[in-house]
Design a protein around this ligand. Structure first.
Ligand code: M6P
Ligand code: ZN
Length: 187
């Protein structure tokens, strides 16, 4: 049986990207994103050359269970693999549930894919992104500083990573001379 949650106020430390009181802290290195970058040779070279930290998720102590509303701060480091920007793995929810993201620091955005259509929502400057049920979502650091955002989601949402590995996200986010662009990928 799960322990009943109690009301609490949390501090979001924007300088460190940590939530307090703290729940699980997850670190994703580049090797955790195998199969997601277009340039596999550049990917393996970067993994062999130190396997850099790509993102960290600092979650509040809220269980991922029906009725609960977990929240977390994700920090994506600046960087790229052969021009394709550092990003989260991305997932579909296993349940028909939505999610809300709010940009907190740095520059970045939200790539969404419903299996046919791709959408981009910029989360820089404190923007809020709404993720409807049925849309896969991935965040991308488009700047040269850590990009941080708050995520709030239903505890029963679940994470399906396999479907993103199989189907992609409909587009890749790639560095250009004066910023970044979305490159469409046939799915
Ligand atoms: C946000 C939320 C989490 C998610 C995390 C990293 O904090 O959406 O549920 O786990 O981003 O994204 P991913 O799970 O795709 O690696
Ligand atoms: Zn989600």
């Amino acid at each position: 049986m799960s322990i009943p949650t109690t009301p609490f106020g949390a501090a979001l430390d924007i300088a460190s990207g940590l939530v307090s009181p703290e729940g699980p802290l997850q670190e994703r290195r580049l090797s955790d994103l195998r199969g997601l970058y277009a340039d596999e040779a550049a990917f393996e070279a970067a993994v062999a050359d130190g396997d850099p930290l790509v993102y960290t998720v600092s979650a509040a102590p809220v269980p991922e269970e029906a009725g609960e509303v977990p929240f977390s701060i994700t920090t994506i480091e600046p960087g790229d693999v052969a021009g394709e920007l550092f990003m989260t793995k991305g997932h579909w929810h296993t349940a028909h549930e939505g999610e809300i993201y709010e940009g907190k620091a740095g520059r970045g955005g939200l790539l969404l894919f419903d299996g046919a259509r791709t959408r981009w929502i910029d989360l820089s400057d404190g923007a809020v992104g709404y993720i409807p049920p049925g849309w896969a979502h991935r965040t991308v650091n488009t700047g040269d500083q850590p990009f941080r955002f708050l995520a709030v989601y239903p505890g029963a949402a679940g994470h399906d990573y396999e479907r993103v590995l199989e189907r992609g996200m409909g587009a890749r986010v790639v560095r250009t001379q004066d910023g970044f662009e979305l490159q469409e990928v046939a799915s």
